[in-house]
Design a protein around this ligand. Structure first.
Ligand SMILES: [Zn+2]
Length: 104
């Protein structure tokens, strides 16, 4: 499936995040709120997850990455990956159309 760049932003990735009123206040004041220890498929141990507000997707959850303990919006990351795939597909299509078709 080829997704055009215009459609990419309408993929509608969504994440259901349940937070309490206190957590909502915490996010407003501190930028993030601890929501519990969770493990994803293939993980050997669970990691602390935090809810925070993405300017694009609203409330989302992630675990801290790297020494800076950066929180990334998983939906933005997925959309970026989709955009890279679209760019790669478009580059491949451009390459294919640059090769003249043999007509004999
Ligand atoms: Zn986002």
């Amino acid at each position: 499936m080829v997704i055009s760049l215009a459609e990419k932003t309408r993929l509608g990735f969504k994440m259901e995040v349940t937070i309490t009123h206190i957590q909502r206040l915490e996010i407003r004041l501190l930028g993030k709120a601890f929501v519990g220890y969770r493990a994803r498929d293939g993980w050997r141990q669970s990691l602390p997850f935090y809810a925070f507000r993405c300017p694009v997707h609203g409330y989302v959850e992630d675990y801290p990455h790297g020494y800076a303990e950066r929180l990334d919006c998983p939906l933005c990351s997925r959309e970026e990956l989709a955009a890279i795939r679209v760019a790669e597909d478009e580059a491949m299509l451009a390459e294919m159309s640059a090769v003249p078709l043999r007509t004999n």
